[in-house]
Each structure stands twice: as structure tokens, then as C-alpha cells.
Write a protein that binds this ligand. Structure first.
Ligand code: TTP
Ligand code: MG
Length: 230
């Protein structure tokens, strides 16, 4: 299941940090909820409510209404809110996050760049901020869980979920995002990987997915003792 070699966990001074990645609708929130009942795990769901309400402004809706106009504003705010989650203090030995500054930059800004939906100058500013954050803030992670799906499955789920802001998201958009996630996390040909990757089959239905999630438990929960001792 591991697709890259083990690197020593950098657990001193911060929790063992796991980021959960995968396409829109791949089940990241469901995965987090599975681990939420564990007292040792600090679960940080994606700050989507902040994106929907930044001082009364729904940035997520604005972004989908006119991506070219709002891509920079939206991605800047995503980066800030992700930084806040990466650096949020917790007394738990394990931190589980939905997404990260890495996927915001490597998947979403990447997609916008590919499509000419973000100006090169705007992407450059996001990159400079991203590089500064990586150099001066502790946004290191210890494990990436990749919820691997097909674009067909996530498109179906997204339609069923029916988030108001996502009505305009096309199959082609999800397919392209899928390819980017694959290149980054599976083929490992796009950008760097901040930690080793565990790949799960997230196409499974509700019953099957719990067994698949359980496969991840040792990789996450066994870190409790390691981290307490560190
Ligand atoms: P996701 O981050 O994929 O979260 P989700 O809740 O849809 O995933 P899951 O079902 O697996 O829990 O996407 C949330 C929305 O925000 C989606 O419409 C894509 C958008 N988004 C961006 O446009 N840019 C970004 O950098 C991020 C992180 C999300
Ligand atoms: Mg979610």
C-alpha cells in the first residue's frame, strides 16, 4: 500500500501530522469523521465555511461564478486558512487535516494555471507566499493519505451532494483535477511530496469504504505512542 519509502517521522514539537488528499467528492470529510471519535486525534476539517463567509463574502461562490476574476482572491484566502490549520496548536499527539497548503498550490492553482484562469503574476505572488511559508512556518507533514477515485465516481457524488457553489463544475474539470492528483500523488511526476503516501481505494461504497479506512488505522493511530515518547 505504501508507494514510497518510509521517512523518519518529524514528531518533536508538533503532532504527527496527516493530510488527507483526493479529488473533490473523494470522501475526505467522511474519512476524517471516521477518526474523529478518537481522543488522541485532532481532526481539522477543511475550512470551507470560512471560504463561504469571509467577512460576509462567499469567496467559493464568487470563484465559481467568475474564476478568472476571483482565482487569486480565493486561492490566497485558501492558503491563509490552510496555514492557520497547519500551525494550530493542539495537545493531541496526532493531527488529521482535510487538505493542505500543498494540494491548494499543487492541484488547484496548478489547474488554474494550465487553463489560463489565473494570471502568471497572481500565481507568482501565491508562489512567493507559499515558499516563504514553507521556509519559516512549520507546515511539515508526516503522512499523506490519498483517497484515490475515478472522475466518474466523484462526479456522480458531487451531483448527488449538490453543493450550491459547485453547480457549474463540469466532468472535464474533475477529470483534469483527477489527472493532477494522480501525477502528484500516484505517479509522483508533479512537484515534490512532503511525506510518504498511503493510497486507498475511495471508489468503494459506504460499506466497503470503512474496511478500506481501517487499513489506515495502524499508520495513523500507532503513532500515538511514538509521538508521546518523542
Ligand atoms: P475539496 O477540498 O476537494 O473538499 P470536498 O469537501 O469537496 O471533498 P470531500 O468530498 O472529499 O470531503 O473541495 C472543496 C471545494 O473547494 C471544491 O469546490 C473545490 C474548491 N477548492 C478550490 O477551488 N481550490 C482549493 O485550493 C481547494 C483546497 C478547494
Ligand atoms: Mg470535505
Amino acid at each position: 500500500m505504501f508507494t514510497s519509502g518510509m521517512s523518519p517521522a518529524k514528531t518533536r514539537g508538533r503532532p504527527f501530522t496527516v493530510i488527507v488528499e483526493g479529488n473533490i467528492g473523494s470522501g475526505k470529510t467522511t474519512f476524517l469523521n471516521h477518526f474523529n471519535r478518537n481522543a488522541e486525534v485532532c481532526v481539522l476539517a477543511e475550512p470551507i465555511e470560512l471560504w463561504r463567509n469571509c467577512k460576509g463574502q462567499n469567496l467559493l461562490a464568487l470563484m465559481y461564478e467568475d474564476i478568472k476574476r476571483w482565482s487569486f482572491t480565493f486561492q490566497s484566502y485558501v492558503q491563509l486558512t490552510m496555514l492557520e490549520q497547519h500551525t494550530r496548536k493542539t495537545s493531541c499527539p496526532i493531527k488529521l487535516m482535510e487538505r493542505s497548503i500543498y494540494s491548494a498550490r499543487y492541484c488547484f492553482v496548478e489547474k488554474m494555471l494550465q487553463d489560463g484562469l489565473i494570471h502568471g503574476a497572481s500565481a507568482a505572488v501565491i508562489d512567493q507566499q507559499f515558499q516563504w511559508i514553507r521556509s519559516y512556518a512549520d507546515v511539515d507533514v508526516d503522512l499523506i493519505v490519498y483517497l484515490r477515485t475515478t472522475p466518474e465516481v466523484v462526479y456522480e457524488r458531487m451531483m448527488q451532494r449538490n453543493r450550491a457553489e459547485e453547480k457549474s463544475v463540469s466532468f472535464e474539470y474533475l477529470k483534469a483535477l483527477h489527472d493532477i492528483h494522480e501525477d502528484w500523488l500516484f505517479h509522483k511526476t508533479l512537484y515534490d511530496l512532503p511525506a510518504q503516501v498511503v493510497v486507498l481505494d475511495a471508489n468503494l461504497d459506504k460499506e466497503g469504504i470503512i474496511d478500506e479506512y481501517r487499513k489506515c488505522e495502524p499508520h495513523i493511530l500507532d503513532k500515538i505512542m511514538t509521538n508521546v515518547k518523542a
